[in-house]
Design a protein around this ligand. Structure first.
Ligand code: S3P
Length: 440
């Protein structure tokens, strides 16, 4: 067994076979808690994400007066969370600075909830959060009438919310970001008049689906989303398995030479499932089974088998639909034959860390040639990864990608800062052990 703060060393089993249940989806979990906290009535959320990010959301909602009760769920499921809604106008002024930890979704969606309220609040987070671009939400929220301030000319957290009167507006979003879209939709619920957003490309639509289920006046037509002033009615949510967590096992099963894995209960909402299409483009043996509906979100079991992957071009409108999966897709690209180009991927530079730089850094050390520009990353597939000592870059998805590399690399992979996986997937390292991998 390893100490949580020690580097971990991963090596792979000769044969990788088994079943995994992905943890509850992080995006859906955040929304289920936030939206029910500002709804009328109370709700139960089943299979809530075990990640630290979603705990940050619950802590903030409690600091704003919501009654939240979290306890273990049924066998095989994540926690069950009961939320007593405060109604659209019921949040109370927090006594302390609100701490979003490492969570961009918490910071940006809570900003939409805090904007233009009759309370004073300060929202901050860890060093990563304090360096990520917040001007993209502050500028339009101020245009809607919110009094919001932040460091560096209102572009960086800590953010200060000091009231204002919200009015709807028409807004052309400069980036295809679900966090930005959701932030503005949440503010739009309390604004006078309609808020109309024009997206440059589709991004995940969990907010639109859930707000609709809660009775809000939200309409989508192509790339346009509009919302009018609305009250929300609490709804119970069953959180599907997180496709962004499942993606690590998909790639593990595809690149390991003797593998068959089944990942159960994965959310396959089309605005999240770009990773499946990208892997198919790369010649992956990947199949969906038992497709079903779980409380408004499509779910399936995903079966992957060892595959001879080929390089591909992954760019354009698919990128927002797989944005969090590019670090692990890069592992697939390294094990593929030929070049894989990730294009239009500049947003990766402003995630938990600069994921283009972090991926190029560890993969180069693993013997893979990677070329980068501001917007692109080209991985020259060589069908092998050397092992070595890599840094988790204080980014959960980078550390877990390095962990999957350890399952197939020629010598073991040692990861410093591996505990950061707990931001979205605390059981990640023990799952590797369950599949027969060695974690020391
Ligand atoms: C998320 C949206 C994405 C994604 C993040 C979660 C969400 O960010 O990277 O992990 O839950 O809305 P952007 O919308 O900023 O691209």
């Amino acid at each position: 067994m390893h100490n949580a703060l020690m580097p971990v060393t991963i090596s792979g089993p000769k044969s990788l076979r088994g079943e995994i249940t992905a943890p509850g989806d992080k995006s859906v979990s955040h929304r289920s808690a936030m939206f029910n906290a500002i709804a009328n009535g109370s709700a139960t959320v089943t299979n809530f994400s075990p990640g630290a990010d979603c705990s940050s959301t619950l802590d903030i909602l409690q600091a704003l007066g919501a009654e939240i009760d979290r306890g273990p769920g049924e066998e095989g499921l994540g926690d069950t969370v009961h939320i007593d809604g405060l109604g659209m106008h019921g949040l109370v002024e927090p006594a302390e600075i609100l701490d979003a930890g490492n969570s961009g979704t918490t910071t940006r969606l809570m900003s939409g909830i805090l904007a233009g309220r009759d309370i004073f609040a300060v929202l901050s987070g860890d060093a990563s959060i304090r360096s990520r671009p917040m001007g993209r939400i502050v500028t339009p929220l101020r245009q809607m009438g919110a009094e919001i301030f932040g460091r560096k000319a209102n572009t960086l957290a800590p953010l200060v919310f000091a009231g204002g009167d919200l009015h709807g507006m028409r807004y052309d979003m400069p980036v295809a970001s679900a966090q930005l879209k959701s932030s503005l939709l949440l503010a739009g619920l309390r604004a006078d008049g309609e808020t109309v957003l024009n997206q440059p490309a589709l991004s995940r639509d969990h907010t639109e689906r859930m707000l609709n289920a809660m009775g809000a006046d939200v309409k989508t037509q192509g790339l346009e989303v509009r919302v009018g002033p609305s009250e929300l009615e609490a709804v119970d949510v069953y959180v599907p398995g997180d496709i962004s967590s499942a993606a690590f096992w998909m790639v593990a099963g595809l690149v390991h030479p003797d593998a068959e894995l089944i990942i159960r209960g994965v959310g396959i909402n089309p605005t999240r499932a770009g990773v499946i299409d990208a892997l198919k483009l790369m010649n992956a043996d990947i199949a969906l089974e038992h497709e079903r509906d779980a409380a408004g979100e499509p779910v399936a079991d995903i079966v992957v088998r060892s595959s001879s992957l080929k390089g591909a071009v992954i760019g354009g409108d698919i990128v927002p639909l797989l944005i969090d999966e590019i670090p692990i897709l890069a592992v697939a690209a390294a094990m593929a034959e030929g070049e894989t180009c990730f294009e239009d991927a500049g947003e990766l530079r402003v995630k938990e860390t600069d994921r283009i730089a972090a991926t190029a850094d560890w993969m180069t050390a693993a013997g893979v040639q990677v070329e980068t520009t501001q917007e692109t990353m080209t991985v020259h597939g060589v069908g092998r990864l050397l092992g070595g000592n890599f840094n988790g870059h204080h980014d959960h998805r980078i550390a877990m990608s390095e962990g999957i590399a350890g399952l197939i690399s020629e010598s073991p992979v040692t990861i410093t800062g591996a505990e950061i996986a707990s931001i979205s997937y605390p059981q990640f390292w023990s799952e590797i052990e369950k599949l027969g991998g060695t974690v020391e």
